[in-house]
Unconditional design. Structure first.
Length: 227
C-alpha cells in the first residue's frame, strides 16, 4: 500500500487524506468537545508512538487515524445515534465500520481493513488483548491509554514534554476527567446491562445511585454453575 500524503498537526506528522478529514468532521459533529479533543489527542499520541518508539514497517496509518478519531462514537451525544443494548466500544466499532463503508473507496476498504478498524475500536479498552494484535490495533490502544496515563507513564514509552505540551495546547484537556466520568456514568443509567462485564461498572458502583452489580458478575454465573 502506497504511503498517503502527510501534514503536521500539533507538531506530529500524520497522514492527510480526504477520508481522515471526513472522520474528523464526523467525530466533531457527534461528540462533545471533551470527547472530540480526547480522540484527536489519542490519534496523535498513537502516531508519535508508532513513528518514534515502535517498529512497524508498512503499517496502515490511514486506518489507524480513522479508528482512533472515531473510537468513542459510542459516547456520542446525538440523539438516537447509539444503540440501546450494546457496549459503547461495540457501538463505536459498528459506527466506524458503517462510516468506512459509506465514505471509503470500496476497492480500498476490503473486508480485512474493515475488520481491522472494527477490532481497533472494539478492543480499545482491552489493552491486554489489543497490545498483542496488529500494529493498527495496538497503536490505537497505546495512543488512547497515553491520554489517560500521561507522558511519563505512556505504555508505548515516555512522551517528551515538548511533544505532550504541543498536542495538549492544540487540543486541550479542559474538563477531561469529569467529562469521562459523566459519560460513563451516563451509560450506567441509560443502559446498565451493557456495563456489568466491564470497567464501566466501576463508575456505576461508585457514583450512580441505585446501580448494582449484585448477581451480574462473571463470578456469580460461574459459582452458580452445576457440577
Amino acid at each position: 500500500m502506497a504511503s498517503p500524503p502527510t501534514r503536521v498537526l500539533a507538531g506530529i506528522t500524520v497522514p492527510d487524506t480526504p477520508l481522515i478529514t471526513k472522520a474528523l468532521a464526523y467525530a466533531k459533529s457527534h461528540c462533545n468537545e471533551v470527547v472530540y479533543n480526547h480522540v484527536v489527542r489519542s490519534w496523535l499520541f498513537g502516531a508519535y508512538t508508532a513513528n518514534h518508539l515502535s517498529v512497524h514497517p508498512n503499517w496502515d496509518t490511514e486506518l489507524h487515524a480513522v479508528a482512533a478519531i472515531l473510537h468513542d462514537l459510542g459516547l456520542a451525544t446525538t440523539p438516537g445515534f447509539i444503540s440501546a443494548d450494546k457496549r459503547f466500544e461495540v457501538d463505536g466499532a459498528n459506527l466506524t465500520r458503517a462510516f468506512l463503508q459509506a465514505e471509503g473507496n470500496e476497492e480500498e476498504w476490503d473486508q480485512y481493513r474493515l475488520q481491522l478498524a472494527w477490532d481497533a475500536v472494539a478492543l480499545h479498552t482491552t489493552s491486554s488483548i489489543a497490545k498483542e494484535m496488529q500494529a493498527e490495533v495496538r497503536n490505537c490502544c497505546l495512543g488512547i491509554m497515553t491520554d489517560f496515563l500521561r507522558p511519563d507513564n505512556a505504555p508505548g514509552g515516555p512522551i517528551p514534554g515538548k511533544v505532550w505540551n504541543g498536542i495538549v495546547k492544540e487540543f486541550p484537556r479542559h474538563g477531561f476527567r469529569e467529562g469521562v466520568k459523566d459519560a460513563l456514568c451516563g451509560l450506567c443509567v441509560s443502559k446498565p446491562e451493557t456495563t456489568y462485564d466491564n470497567f464501566v461498572a466501576d463508575f456505576g458502583t461508585r457514583f450512580v445511585d441505585g446501580y448494582s452489580v449484585k448477581g451480574k458478575l462473571a463470578i456469580d454465573f460461574i459459582l452458580a454453575a452445576e457440577d
